[in-house]
Design a protein. Sequence first.
Length: 112
Amino acid sequence: MRRMTEPEDVPAIPPYAEAVLELAERIPPGKVMTYGDVAEYLGRGGPRQVGRVMALYGAPVPWWRVIRADGRPLPGHEHRALPEYRAEGTPLRTVAGEPRVDLRAARWDGTP
DNA sequence: ATAATGACGTCGG
DNA sequence: TCCGACGCCATTA
C-alpha cells in the first residue's frame, strides 16, 4: 500500500538547496561565482548557506564553478578542480606559485 | 520554541 | 601571508 507520507529515510532536498543547485548548473563553463555571489543573486540566505548546500548536495553539479571570494579552489580538491579550469579555459592567475581563479575575469554575474 | 552547525565574508592585527 | 573574532541565516536536533 501507498503511504500517505513520503518515507523519512529518503532525504528530501530542501527548497533553498534546489535553488542553489539550479543556479550552479547555469554557470557557464569558464566562469565562476563565489558563495556570496550565489546568495546575493538568489536574494536569500548567505555564503554559509550556499556552502552547506554544496557540501551536502553539490556533487552532481559543476561544484568547481562555485568558489570562495579569494579565488582559491577548495582545499583538498585542487587536483579535481584545476583540470576542469584548464579544460574550460577559466582565467587563472598564479600567486606565489599557487594557481587561483582570476575573479576579475572569471566572475559570472548571471547574465547568459 | 531555542541552540547548534557550517564548501563563507570581512575586518583587524 | 597567516590567524582569530564576529556576522551571517537555512537547516537540523
